[in-house]
Design a protein around this ligand. Structure first.
Ligand code: CP
Length: 330
């Protein structure tokens, strides 16, 4: 009966998604999006997956458009995935990195973006350590803005690729129990995941030591647990977060060994998990700290599938914001 309800809900969302018209020229966060909008992006991404399976991995929708990767923080997955997604859609791409730029001479975020805009750009993909940086840019430049991670706030394309991966394997998120474990306080991934997963019908539990839980967590649509051992047997999906040492102030736990003992995903702990649990991680992994290598590379791990799916999701996002901008220009 429960399965029937799940299928009905998923089909209803898919039907709605077919009638839906995408209208946003910016993607700033998943908190802003409805379940229909998220489903529409996922369905669009499904369509783009086949481009990466062709012998010539190119499609024309962004031909003549310019995408800027404006990264003020380091990145391996997000940045290269956006670059490849833009390439696959036939856009030109400018790679900006803070280290090799005039930011070192004091140039501001807005001046940087406006100068790039003066060269004729269409889409800015921005990662910045300040929460709200992408929203600020979207209000001050004409180009489309996509948030590739802003401070502790959101990382919407990571949230989208995470729910895309779960939906692809499990069929639906409706009724799934999902644990997000670790450094929730400093994680923009946890926030975007929480919005996307709960909007699509999953029950999300944040798990970690009290010192790594977000402020006012009682206002968020999640359950909370300080004990991974109480949660591990019950969940369908577990998303392990990296301890963000670069953002920690003080010592949130007595030692790395103690953290791993209570909150690490070990082979031993996995023996008590459901046999079909999905093990996720946004990367980069601190192997042996939040997750043992045998689990990260084990049969339940979908960590590299997340990365693969990120490409189709980012193609969909680039395509949709560009389409909305064109419609708004009339
Ligand atoms: N998941 C993620 O954002 O990874 P990068 O920091 O390498 O982009």
């Amino acid at each position: 009966m429960k399965r029937k309800v799940q299928i009905t809900t998923t089909m209803a969302l898919k039907r709605k998604s077919k009638q839906f018209k995408w209208q946003r020229k910016h993607l700033l966060g998943l908190r802003d999006l409805s379940a229909e909008e998220i489903t529409y992006i996922l369905d669009t991404a499904t369509g783009f997956e086949q481009v990466s399976r062709r012998s010539v991995k190119k499609a024309p929708p962004l031909r003549g458009k310019v995408v800027v990767n404006l990264f003020f923080e380091d990145s391996t997955r997000t940045r290269n995935s956006f670059a490849l997604a833009a390439n696959r859609l036939s856009a030109d791409i400018i790679e900006f990195t803070k280290k090799a730029s005039s930011v070192s001479k004091g140039e501001t975020l807005l001046d940087t973006a406006r100068n790039l805009e003066a060269m004729g750009i269409d889409i800015v993909v921005v990662r910045h350590n300040a929460g709200g940086a992408s929203r600020f840019l979207s209000r001050n430049i004409k180009a489309c803005v996509i948030n590739a991670g802003d401070g502790f706030c959101e990382h919407p394309t990571q949230g989208l690729l995470d729910v895309y991966t779960i939906r692809k394997i499990k069929g639906s998120l409706d009724g799934l129990k999902i644990a997000i474990v670790g450094d929730i306080a400093h994680s923009r991934v946890a926030r975007s995941d929480m919005w996307a997963m709960t909007k699509l019908g999953a029950e999300v539990t944040f798990v970690g030591p009290p010192t790594l839980m977000p402020a006012q967590a009682n206002l968020l649509p999640v359950k909370m647990s300080y004990c991974l051992d109480e949660v591990i047997e019950k969940v369908d999906v577990i998303n392990m977060l990296r301890i963000q040492f670069e953002r920690l102030g003080g010592n949130p736990f007595p030692s790395i060994r103690e953290y791993s003992h209570y909150f690490g995903l070990t082979v031993e702990r996995m023996k008590r998990a459901k046999s079909d649990i999905l093990v996720m991680h946004p990367g980069p992994i601190n192997r042996g700290l939040e997750i043992e290598s045998e689990v990260a590379d084990g049969r339940n791990s979908v960590i590299l599938e997340q990365v693969t799916n990120g490409l189709a999701v980012r193609m969909a996002v680039l395509f949709l914001v560009n389409q909305a901008a064109a419609q708004q220009k009339g």
